[in-house]
Ligand binder design. Structure first.
Ligand code: SF4
Ligand code: SF4
Length: 449
């Protein structure tokens, strides 16, 4: 008997790659916060090793250290020995979810989150409620009067509420968008779950940029989600059918293109997820190899569409699942630099997570808030007019913490800035409510509330 069952325990070979050098420690957000060895990548790898020993048990303490991990993968970037902590923590989280009894409160929270977020139709159903709450000032009043301070998860949820409009509840992307000019290729575009329901503008901008750069874009409406949220939280049972449905929907295309960091890293991980399934392992690995973050794909091709000035100083925020999990750091910067008039600035501590991390800011609101505040300070210190970030979770988390500090800034996905530049519309100060012609009208993401 060991702490782990026999279904995909963390692999001993991967564990033994760690030479305990400690180079990863300064980039690990939980180690930075608490200076606690067992809340560092090195410490967690030791715990995984312990969990494989005879007569070990999956204690509450051990699970606490695993749960404290944000899954940001900064340790993977920092590790000179190439330790695949990403694969280790994925298997470990699944073990925890199968073999560790959660408290009723934890079970309820997880059930509610997984019954909501990976379901775009259910998220869309919340749009009128969110619009009503904002128009009546309910969320602002709850924050001003500190009504939810005793319930950190509810407080965080209220602060993360996206600034949707009623149109977000009904808008749909066209399933096919033709390339402008000579066609360079055909891509399948993954709409995502949270992204399609709450960030329709980002998806519209992404399709507009891809089309302007010569790609025919197909945006299948099914499946509803790629399984990323569940996969990163150890919910293997929920994630597998979604991963298989995504493979079936996208394997006909040259590339599956993704504009949300968490979804891209999950799809690139399908080969590992389905490695033991003889019917799916090859198909999963093939799709993973064809997955491209939209910045990666565009950076592989010389820019074709004319860029017009967007006079703005922009701080680029590295989403962990893009920078660390996919090693995509240069490409978004390279694309933003093609925009005339745009000045790109870099925040300090780029490698540190903002605290969003999937459902982490709801399951661990305390440390997530400390990291969110730290990230907001670093971004504000750049003096930028706006922030570019390529993940919906980061966008909501950063906006919430800028708002807490009373210093909201405009937040954009880099594709929105590119779409704006290609469309040639003048960027109003802060781009509040600006709209551009890019084959369709784009409502740019506005500063929060
Ligand atoms: S994970 Fe890598 S960087 Fe961290 S202690 Fe192990 S070998 Fe060193
Ligand atoms: S994934 Fe992030 S939080 Fe987890 S051990 Fe690595 S650096 Fe630390």
């Amino acid at each position: 008997m060991t702490a782990f069952d026999t279904h995909k325990p963390p692999e001993i070979d991967l564990i033994e790659d760690c030479v305990h050098c400690g180079f990863c420690l300064p980039t690990c957000p939980t180690y930075v916060l608490w200076n606690e060895e067992m809340d560092s990548p090195r410490g967690r790898i030791v715990l995984m090793h312990e969990g494989l020993q005879a007569d070990s048990t999956l204690s509450d303490t051990m699970v606490g250290h695993f749960d404290n991990c944000l899954g940001c993968m900064a340790c993977v970037t920092a590790c000179p020995s190439g330790v695949r902590y990403d694969l280790l923590i994925e298997d470990t989280r699944q073990q925890v979810e199968r073999n560790h009894p959660r408290t009723p409160r934890e079970r309820l929270l997880r059930r509610v989150l997984f019954a909501t977020f990976p379901h775009p139709s259910r998220l869309r159903a919340t749009v009128p409620v969110l619009v009503f709450a904002r128009r009546c000032g309910l969320t602002a009043r709850a924050q001003r009067w500190r009504l939810l301070d005793r319930w950190p998860t509810l407080r965080t949820l209220s602060e993360l509420a996206p600034p949707v409009t009623l149109r977000d509840g009904v808008r749909r992307l066209p399933t096919t968008t033709r390339a402008v000019g000579e066609k360079r290729g055909t891509v399948g575009f993954l709409q995502g779950c949270v992204q399609r329901a709450y960030f329709g503008d980002v998806n519209a901008a992404t399709v507009a940029v891809l089309a302007a750069e010569g790609f025919e874009v197909h945006a299948p409406r099914a499946p509803r989600c790629c399984g990323a949220l569940g996969l990163h939280a150890g919910q293997e049972e929920d994630s597998l059918p979604l991963a298989k449905a995504t493979i079936e929907a996208f394997e006909q295309f040259d590339h599956v293109v993704v504009n949300a960091a968490g979804c891209g890293s999950a799809i690139k991980d399908y080969g590992h997820l389905l490695r033991d399934d003889p019917q799916w392992s090859e198909r999963a690995a093939a799709l993973a190899a064809r997955a491209r973050d939209v910045h990666e794909l565009l950076a592989e091709h010389a820019p074709r569409a004319t860029r017009h000035p967007v006079e703005m100083t922009v701080a680029y925020h590295d989403a962990c699942h893009l920078a660390h999990a996919q090693n995509v750091r240069a490409q978004p910067r390279q694309l933003l630099r093609t925009i005339p008039g745009l000045t790109l600035v870099e925040p300090a501590e780029w490698e540190l997570c903002c605290g969003s991390a999937g459902i982490y800011n709801l399951t661990r609101p305390g440390p997530a808030a400390e990291l969110g505040a730290r990230k907001a300070d670093n971004l504000l210190a750049t003096g930028a007019d706006a922030i570019a970030a390529a993940n919906p979770g980061c966008t909501l988390q950063i906006a919430a913490h800028l708002q807490r500090k009373g210093r909201p800034l405009a937040l954009f996905h880099p594709m929105q800035l590119l779409a704006q530049s290609i469309a040639g519309a003048e960027a109003a100060p802060g781009m509040r409510g600006a709209a551009a012609r890019t084959g369709r009208r784009l409502r740019t993401l506005v500063p929060w509330r």
